[in-house]
Design a protein around this ligand. Structure first.
Ligand SMILES: NC(=O)c1ccc[n+]([C@@H]2O[C@H](COP(=O)([O-])OP(=O)(O)OC[C@H]3O[C@@H](n4cnc5c(N)ncnc54)[C@H](OP(=O)(O)O)[C@@H]3O)[C@@H](O)[C@H]2O)c1
Length: 293
């Protein structure tokens, strides 16, 4: 069993920057700083090699401690963090990168991502896409790459025009765009746009933040393959070529989620592509699920 998990967790792709990234990550949103160290250590013990955090999660310190104290060399682990969505200025972004390094206690971060093109309080509320502000943040990130503080840089929640702004007006094509992507919400147009520029897509909330767990269509399909709903959801994103970042602090779930070495048939993928949008329940207040702050 361990070998099967390892094959998935060790799989990498090479980003447009030439940096290799493990395709399977541990998500850490809503895992408290005082619990996340153990979660990261457990994940690494199981075989995870990619950890996803953010300045906004309030757990960079704990994630850094988990990475530093894991029983494996630092260069075997890919660490991603995200520039707070409110930072749309060169100096503020530059300072925040140094702060991330300090909090995590690391000499470098593998990848930093602009968390959102708009500050959270404007998401779903304003047409201002902060084109200049994102370019200013991007330049600070490019400079941090030159200084060896970050290995590669990307974005999150960027639409096609947000991406075009960076591509046309900077030296660096984003290596990734981390976006909401799960059964019931698959960004097909963005996936083909990204393919044209060799931008990797990272699927966040692959289990729909838990909303997929009790969906009857998804449950029925999972039963057909004799897998759990999270396994089917993660495999769906994986088969569409995305990097996946399921979140859990539960070691049993970590193991289960990586057991996705089965194949969903093309016919069933088509059925899953057509699943209607899911109900996020109480989580729909978050801007990433359409809510407003
Ligand atoms: N860039 C962005 O704006 C953005 C936005 C959202 C998320 N993200 C990233 O994507 C990651 C994942 O997204 P997410 O946290 O929204 O949700 P998710 O991974 O889609 O779902 C997490 C939920 O599924 C449950 N779960 C996971 N594995 C399970 C299993 N095997 N059996 C039963 N339940 C299981 C978790 O419960 P347990 O904890 O009990 O296992 C949790 O309630 C985040 O942690 C973050 O790193 C990024």
């Amino acid at each position: 069993m361990k070998g099967r998990i390892r094959m998935i967790l060790d799989e990498t792709i090479t980003l447009n920057s030439g940096v290799a990234i493990p395709k399977f990550a541990l998500g850490t949103w809503l895992v408290d700083d005082n619990k996340v160290t153990e979660a990261v250590r457990n994940a690494i013990k199981i075989g995870y090699r990619h950890i996803d955090t953010a300045q906004a999660y309030g757990n960079e310190r704990g994630v850094g401690e988990g990475v530093r104290t894991a029983d494996i060399d630092r260069d075997q682990i890919f660490v991603t963090s995200k520039i707070a969505a409110e930072h749309k200025d060169y100096d503020v972004t530059k300072k925040s990168i140094d702060e991330t390094l300090r909090k995590m206690g690391l000499n470098y971060i593998d990848m930093m991502i602009i968390h959102s093109p708009q500050p959270w309080k404007e998401v779903n509320q304003s047409d201002n896409r902060y084109l200049e502000g994102n370019l200013a943040a991007w330049r600070a990130m490019e400079d941090a790459v030159s200084e060896g503080k970050i290995r590669t840089i990307g974005v999150s929640n960027f639409n096609e025009s947000d991406l075009e702004n960076i591509i046309k007006n900077s030296e660096t094509v984003p290596a990734v765009d981390q976006v909401l992507a799960h059964i019931g919400h698959t960004p097909f147009n963005l996936l083909s746009f990204a393919r044209n520029y060799n931008i990797a897509i990272e699927a966040y909330s692959p289990v729909a933040h838990g909303a997929a767990l009790d969906n009857p269509v998804i449950t029925k399909m999972a039963q057909k393959y004799n897998v759990s709903v999270p396994q089917l959801c993660i495999r769906y994103d994986w088969q569409l070529g995305m990097i996946v970042l399921p979140k859990t602090a539960n070691p049993q779930h970590m193991k289960e989620n990586a057991e996705i070495d089965f194949e969903i048939s093309e016919e069933d993928m088509d059925e899953l592509r057509r699943v209607k949008p899911l109900d996020y329940g109480d989580a729909d207040v978050f801007p990433v699920y359409g809510g407003k702050m």
